[in-house]
Design a protein around this ligand. Structure first.
Ligand SMILES: *Cc1c(COP(=O)(O)O)cnc(C)c1O
Length: 385
């Protein structure tokens, strides 16, 4: 089976991990800071806090942004459930903003309209989470302008987007946001096995997120309620978690970072081949906003179901049967039973639901071989022409 996504592990990656295993530190050692520095420098952002998953990064970011009971977080329904769940961990509620029919990212027009209504009703969000779907940045400048007008904080879910760009800056620069998070799960652009990172230009947010990943404990005397009782002394000043990344993971991450640009380059080639091959087929290939350069985590096509005699299910099953590990991104979050129980219903966000009904995610990863891609194209062509 050709998977839809796959990590690329080199001999150098393996050596980097083995080096840590032979060292004195398996966790909370020197590799963490080096990895944080490597990612921060690449993204042109001041601070980076490595954690054990993208989900944890979203959680510490929400707590650091003071999201709590009585507050509301808005995000896109076309995302992985974690983008919304982070609010629920904090006791806050969630609402969604439908997607743009071309980018499948949170629609700026829908956001502006919903904010206008929310201002009248006194239900403005405290945090908005734009998700850079498939690796293409949201329209951050416009979202920033709305944030300034309506006083909400911006938490970018950039889980798909490391290596991508927006208006001449790398995704994750936080030029238009308070915090941006990455995921390093193996299907993502670079991997640490499991892992994530929260980036910010705000030193207070960075300190707080670092504290929250380790139980809310501090050794900073300026934050303590009394004088240190000795070199062993620490204080827990709020409730945090154990969200630490290990040095083993960080070493893998550092090594992966050296190939990030090559990964993106190779993903772009795969995209260009698909786009060219599908020009005459009844499918919509991913449209790109001129302000963005996608990291191409996913390659999602939409079937023109009115022009073909097959259902999406039929096309999907046929591809799987032919050994092609296609997938679907995403089941709209508001239609999940957990969110239905909170009051959402099918029909609430029609653009995201339409996207879900006719889209298929095709294999894309740096090690996808030319003959494998030719096979994907051939099976689709045979079915759709
Ligand atoms: C993968 C992903 C996450 C969660 O990342 P983990 O590292 O798996 O916790 C969050 N949001 C989006 C959009 C993702 O794709």
């Amino acid at each position: 089976m050709i998977p839809y996504a796959k990590q690329s592990i080199s001999e150098d990656d393996i050596e980097a991990v083995v080096d840590v295993l032979r060292s004195d530190w398996l966790t909370q050692g020197p590799a963490i800071e080096r990895f944080e520095r490597a990612v921060a420098d690449y993204c042109g952002v001041e601070y980076a806090v490595a954690v054990n998953s993208g989900t944890s990064a979203l959680h510490v970011a929400c707590v650091a942004l003071n999201l709590g009971p009585g507050d509301v977080l808005w995000t896109s329904p076309n995302t992985f459930v974690a983008s919304a769940n982070c609010a629920r961990y904090c006791g806050a509620s969630v609402d969604f903003v439908d997607v743009n029919p071309r980018t499948y990212n949170l629609s700026v027009d829908a956001l502006a309209a919903k904010l206008e209504v929310a201002e009248r009703n006194g239900t403005l969000p405290k945090v908005v989470v734009p998700v850079h779907f498939a690796g293409q940045s949201c329209e951050m400048q416009a979202i920033r302008e709305l944030a300034d007008r309506y006083a909400f904080r911006i938490l970018e879910d950039a889980s798909h987007a490391i290596g991508g760009r927006y208006l001449d800056r790398p995704s994750g620069s936080c030029a238009y946001s308070d915090v941006a998070v990455f995921s390093f799960h193996p299907v993502k652009i670079i991997t640490t096995g499991e892992g994530g990172m929260a980036l910010t230009n705000d030193s207070e947010l960075a300190k707080r997120m670092a504290r929250l990943r380790t139980h809310g404990i501090t050794r900073d005397s300026s934050l303590m309620t009394k004088e240190s009782e000795g070199a062993w002394f620490y204080q827990q000043i709020e409730l945090g978690s154990n969200y630490r990344m290990t040095d083993v993971q960080a070493a893998l991450g550092i090594s992966q970072m050296t190939r990030l640009d090559a990964f993106i380059q190779r993903r772009r080639e795969v995209v260009n081949n698909y786009n060219e091959a599908f020009a005459e087929l009844p499918v919509v290939v991913p449209w790109q906003h001129p302000d963005t350069e996608s990291a191409w985590h996913l390659y999602v096509i939409r079937l023109r179901l009115d022009q073909i005699n097959r259902s999406r299910r039929d096309v999907f099953d046929h591809l799987r049967a032919a050994g092609i590990g296609v997938n679907v991104h995403y089941i709209p979050v508001h239609t999940q039973p957990y969110y239905r129980n909170l009051g959402f219903a099918a029909g609430d966000f029609p653009e995201a639901e339409r996207h879900y009904r006719d889209s298929i995610t095709l294999p894309i990863f740096p090690a996808l071989r030319e003959n494998q891609q030719t096979q994907v194209v051939a099976v689709l062509e045979e079915m759709l022409s």
